[in-house]
Design a protein around this ligand. Structure first.
Ligand code: IPE
Ligand code: IPE
Ligand code: MG
Length: 248
């Protein structure tokens, strides 16, 4: 009998910590509905959860964080809600960028930014410019983003490169194709978290998620905090990633 065996915990296979965490921030509407509040109150509270999440990512020394803030399909929502969401985005960009810049966050935006008004488009460019030298956390915000549209747009750019004689179609590799995606230069997400209990990707990073670990949490996005983040990381640490090969 091993004395003090209660203190010995069985060794669990531990994956290397994720380099890149991506989050589908879902459940703002349900959070508001549960409180008999308008949906915009959920979106506003969701913006606070974004702030907490960025801080948690920095504390956990995650190098890359990608957040899904608005999908290309979210334009289908009633005009009033779209206006609320773009208004919050404008406000967020005006009030948070300076602080993010000084905390070492580099910002990038992926998605069809041309669908936003000119003021927002200018703010997005400014945020990227103001933070370009930062290296502590690479934050990518997916806005008016849809993975299928991204892949079609990459295919279009690739075909133009072929027509210009810059790319030899017979020599094209997966990495070569990925260079045409909006995520060029960003590692694939190791872990994708979705809140709200829904278990789907909703057109998020379809190419990049080929071997991501998926964690679905039964928490509505406005309630997401550092403990949920840590729980998702702990779940990830127990996963055995095989990438199609046989376990060691
Ligand atoms: C996520 O919350 C925010 C966006 C998609 C913009 P939802 O607005 O989708 O909230 P639910 O899913 O209706 O609860
Ligand atoms: C996915 O959530 C998009 C974002 C979180 C920005 P949705 O609420 O739009 O997804 P569906 O409609 O439930 O698939
Ligand atoms: Mg939703």
């Amino acid at each position: 009998m091993v004395r003090g065996s209660a203190a010995i915990t069985p060794a669990e296979p531990e994956s290397a910590p994720p380099r890149h965490v991506a989050i589908i921030m879902d459940g703002n509407g349900r959070w508001a509905a549960a409180r008999h509040l308008p949906r915009v109150a959920g979106h506003r509270e969701g913006a606070r959860a974004v702030r907490r999440t960025i801080e948690a990512a920095i504390r956990h020394q995650i190098g890359w964080l990608t957040i899904y803030a608005f999908s290309s399909e979210n334009w289908r929502r009633p005009a009033g809600e779209v206006l609320d969401l773009t208004g919050l985005l404008r406000q967020y960009l005006r009030t948070e960028i300076a602080e993010l810049a000084s905390s070492g966050v580099r910002m990038r935006f992926i998605g069809d930014r041309n669908r936003f008004d000119e003021g927002i488009q200018k703010d997005l460019i400014q945020a990227e410019k103001d933070t370009v030298g930062n290296t502590r956390l690479n934050l990518t915000v997916a806005l008016s983003y849809g993975a299928r549209a991204e892949i079609v747009s990459a295919a279009r750019a690739m075909m133009a490169a072929v027509a210009a004689g810059e790319v030899d179609p017979d020599a094209l590799t997966e990495d070569g194709f990925a260079r045409f995606l909006s995520t060029d230069g960003i590692p694939d997400p190791d872990l994708i978290i979705r809140t709200s209990g829904e278990q789907r990707l909703s057109n998020f990073l379809l190419w990049q998620a080929a071997y991501s670990e998926l964690v679905f949490l039964d928490v509505l996005w406005p309630d997401f905090d550092a403990t949920h983040f840590a729980a998702a990381l702990a779940d990830f640490a127990r996963r055995e990633r095989r990438f199609g090969a046989r376990p060691a």
